[in-house]
Design a protein around this ligand. Structure first.
Ligand SMILES: [Mg+2]
Length: 220
């Protein structure tokens, strides 16, 4: 029985096109080139942050974030950057009586934006910076398990990455949903692990409410 649904942020709720385009601009690299290299780094199984090193060796992401903020170009996102199915999906899940959370690898600054956007739509918002543990570390999912009022097997973690979301959430004993969008899911979708490991594979978040209803119905 699934009683709680917890969402990843980047490329699950938020389309990061604006964000990474702004990083390309900041580096002075054509956007098309930056996005292509981003995909190449993912396909090579490397940490996506290596993309910055490819263009500027020694790049320090934390330092550059501060520099951007200092000149009024801080990383940001808003309602216009949400995938168009997000609001409808959250409303449908909530109408079905499910407990909802958002938990991702996010900065304190992003956590503040998430609270402005989603405080009235979900029950809890937690970030890696709040918790001092980030995905894919088991400690992150232990934090999720601790704050969500359900058993681990009753939680559905929804994300776009096999490596950071689905694999560690499944290892933590949670149900999982892989959403088919963004660079990671697009690149990883046809791998054997992506085909077999998730409880659900969905093209849109609006598929979740009916899939959960069906899943819960089957258990009776
Ligand atoms: Mg993500």
């Amino acid at each position: 029985m699934i009683r709680a649904v917890i969402f990843d942020v980047g490329e699950c709720l938020v389309d990061e096109t604006t964000e990474y385009s702004s990083w390309a601009d900041w580096l002075g690299v054509p956007r098309h080139t930056f996005h292509a290299m981003f995909g190449a780094v993912i396909a090579q199984g490397r940490d996506y942050r290596d993309v910055f090193q490819e263009f500027r060796p020694g790049f320090d992401l934390y330092e550059e974030r501060e520099k951007r903020a200092g000149v009024g170009k801080a990383e940001t996102f808003g309602e216009a950057d949400l995938y168009p199915d997000v609001r409808d999906a959250l409303a449908a899940l909530r109408a079905d009586g499910l407990w909802l959370g958002i938990a991702g690898n996010q900065t304190v600054r992003a956590g503040k934006i998430l609270r402005e956007l989603f405080s009235s739509a979900v029950d809890l918002i937690g970030t890696s910076d709040d918790w001092g543990a980030s995905k894919p570390d088991p400690g992150f999912f232990d934090q999720v398990a601790e704050v969500v009022p359900a058993a681990r097997g009753e939680m559905l973690y929804v994300g776009d990455r096999i490596d950071n979301d689905i694999r560690p959430a499944a290892a933590a004993g949670m149900q999982t949903a892989l959403v088919h969008r963004g660079p990671w899911a697009t690149i990883q979708w046809n791998t054997e692990e992506a085909q077999k490991l998730p409880t659900f594979r969905v093209d849109s978040l609006t598929e979740l409410a009916p899939r959960i209803r069906q899943f819960n119905g089957r258990e009776h």
